[in-house]
Design a protein around this ligand. Sequence first.
Ligand SMILES: [Fe+2]
Ligand SMILES: [Fe+2]
Length: 480
Amino acid sequence: MFYFWKRSQVPIKVPIRISKIDNLIIFLICILISLVSSYKFQLLSSLQKSDNINLLLTFTEVLISCWILILVSKRENPIITSRQIILIILLLLAVQAIKVTFPSTISPLSIIVPPALIISQGMGTITALTWVSIASLNWPEYAIPINNTLFFISLVCASVVSVLGGRIRSRAQLLQLSIIVPLGALFSQWILIGGNQVSILWNQELDISNNKIFSECLLLAIIMLLTILFMPIFESIFGLLTKARLLELADKEKPLIRRLSIEAPGTYEHTLLISCLAEEATRMIGGDIDLVKTGALYHDIGKLHAPNWFIENQDGSKNPHDEIDDPIKSAYVLQAHVDEGLKYARKNRLPKPIADFIPEHQGSLKMGYFLYKAKEKDLNFDDSDFRYKGPIPQSKETAILMLADGCEAALRAMNINASDSKALEIISKIIFSRQKDGQLDDSDLSIGEIFLIKRAFLNVWKRIRHRRIQYPTSKNNTFS
Ligand SMILES: [Fe+2]
Ligand SMILES: [Fe+2]
């Protein structure tokens, strides 16, 4: 009873499964990180008992830190893939290896801040902050006395980059960040250390000159700019979906979207309205708005293979389904809009989270009209012939798109004089039918969230209704 109550109130996120081989690779990299981090103890020729304990402690501490990092990344981003986890820990391995190789020359600024930018952009702020705290552990103090001020400034810069990196929505803002952060680091070092070589914060004697401060910050700016330059490569190798990439894909001048607007104008209009419905609903439940907006634009891209087979593009002309008069073939054409959509997605290298909207917006829904026709004709068929192949929505965003897709035509067709309660009743009916059919089972939408989605759809409908009301004009038809 308590479980069902909790399930209805709080959304439970289930992380996606990672294959055994990927788990093994991740585990081996974590072991490698722990070995590299405890390298200094292994180098000691005559290991004392206390060194042995320290070696074991460092090894275990780093291994547990890696495990916590993976847990946090999965918690923040349940659809994180094994490739992305591997990227996070490979960056950690690289940092630990650099620390051990160049203990006296490398600055924490240039090795902690740029990876924080990649992680916050691709995986989120909390994962990036966790990564920064773990990467700051095990600094090789044995080689040089640690510069606390520089270390403190590095942590502040990395935290700023982690927080802002997760919110940045364009490459231009990324460029601004890569200039502002090194400048901030430069000024704060000048203020806190300056030429007197004594840290204001820790009263620590420092072997650091103004030239060194400047060159360190310049190096940080260069590495950050290079990171931004190579970001598209990271995006394609590790399947990262940054905000900037999402917004680029949502550009309506993209060839695939332009083709949709020219070759299937009805589908394009349908796509725009669905995008509005899904955006409003996702905002209400606190989901990923940019993801759902972009996913909505591409969800029916497969209709490009035969636009006139879909009612919204028929424009009063003959319906090819009536001409073939074969419900089974018609069902095949409907399924083809999903299969062809996935082919378009592969050809145009759409990221997986966007391509997922193509099959999941249809889930395993029944093709009700053609099923009815087949029954009417008394054909010999299997029920699965009239169901989409799935899978059912695996995330809240794809589930919202499925619900928006179901409600769009009904809301568009609704009388402008219909009351709010009537509109809400129709929305609820459509959503309930999807729920009853088990289409939302894997999406983790709670009952509370479904309620909010209904309200969001109603709000959008009110906006559409307002747009359709004719404004009164003056007698001579001039507008003020
Ligand atoms: Fe569709
Ligand atoms: Fe659609």
